[in-house]
Design a protein around this ligand. Sequence first.
Ligand SMILES: Cc1cc2nc3c(=O)[nH]c(=O)nc-3n(C[C@H](O)[C@H](O)[C@H](O)COP(=O)(O)OP(=O)(O)OC[C@H]3O[C@@H](n4cnc5c(N)ncnc54)[C@H](O)[C@@H]3O)c2cc1C
Length: 422
Amino acid sequence: MKCKTAVVGFGCAGYHAVKAMREHGYQGEIDVYTDTAWSPGNPMLTTYYIHGKISKAGTCPFGTMEEIQKQFDFRVISKAVDKVLSEEKRVRLKDGTLQNYDQILISTGASAFIPPIPGTHGKNVFSMRTMDDAEMVKQVLETEEIRSAVVVGASMVGIKLVELFHARGIHCTLVDMAPYIFPVAAVPQIACEIERRLKNMGVELAFSKAMQAVEDENGKKKVVFADGQTISCDMVMMCIGTRANTQVADEKIYINKGIVADNFMRTNMPDIYCAGDCSEGMNLQSGHTQIIGIWDNAARQGAAAGANMAGAETVYHGNMLHNITHFMGMDFIGYGDVRSEGEEFEYENKEKGQYFAVRVKDGVPVCMNFLDSYGASGVLKSYMLKKMTGSRDSLSPVARVRLKAEGIPEKLINLLMKEKEN
Ligand SMILES: Cc1cc2nc3c(=O)[nH]c(=O)nc-3n(C[C@H](O)[C@H](O)[C@H](O)COP(=O)(O)OP(=O)(O)OC[C@H]3O[C@@H](n4cnc5c(N)ncnc54)[C@H](O)[C@@H]3O)c2cc1C
């Protein structure tokens, strides 16, 4: 068993790795390198902190660093890592010092991507990823008169900002280059229903708009679009995506868009593992590695990496694209690739406000959206994942009853059941 482990970055993936290492009996030293004073936090909760719904401690689901340290016995080195020197088995810190390791996990997450557009680094233009971002936005909202905001990026992050502004009575416009909301997760009909509800709540939407610049005009911000339209506001949030923090990996470590992992969360270099938003694991649907930048994936990848670092042989088969998000009284769940083709099934229960759309190819769902109708989603998701990992099992009778009770059309259930008979 390896005796000195380093973990670079201590968010969701780093935490789950350390937890799994100890749970699998690893007794060696663990050095955790972190560049933030924020105990492992959940970035999804930052907007609730800004709004005052939860405390700063409430954004840290695993407790304080001291509590976690007590539980899992590790050393915290509050310094940023500059490079993992893979052949020397050392890390170089940003202050130039070098530290040894026997095995290492890179779990550095991702950073908000700010496009090279004029004005995006100006006053009152922000992004949202870290607690520092949250503190800056909170301060501006509490000390300045912010009456209107533009959120650029109709993403899971963008919608959280829309929710925040709406809750504070700030007039908000959500803009995106895509023609509709959640373009990488939602099918057009579900997106259309979400948009209808947002508009009813007073949120302005401006889609198919390419932002060209953010300018200052008479003490306000002016967002300029390629079609000549402009929107005047007090604050701009940039939520157009993230980039994996792969800079710590040296040139020997294989990087695509993220650090590429095998099914054991190992990189191509010996004793170097990776997990979370900085890494590319298997997308079971496409059969290629891809960054799947969501909390659940970071947790599972981290846990698998940690178990393997402790000597257990734990395979992480991969995941599929998925999004689960709650905002403004709505629950949206999206599984699979929205670009995939197949026969489409839709269900709408206007009374309960429930909608879902499922696309099926060769008897297997390839893309599913649920709006306020999450009851069936777990059953269908596990069915979908089973199929992607080669299972020939069909829906169980219990699952069938559950789907029926949730209002899934008989035609779809029969289609899934039919597989067993073939
Ligand atoms: C506003 C918002 C809303 C979101 N909504 C959803 C959602 O609805 N559903 C969902 O599933 N996911 C959502 N996500 C994404 C989810 O939060 C991430 O997928 C998850 O937090 C990734 O965990 P991680 O451990 O890989 O990375 P992180 O949580 O980013 O942790 C990485 C850590 O590494 C540290 N670090 C980086 N570089 C270094 C270095 N060189 N040296 C030392 N330390 C370093 C960072 O400071 C950080 O603490 C959202 C994210 C945001 C920001």
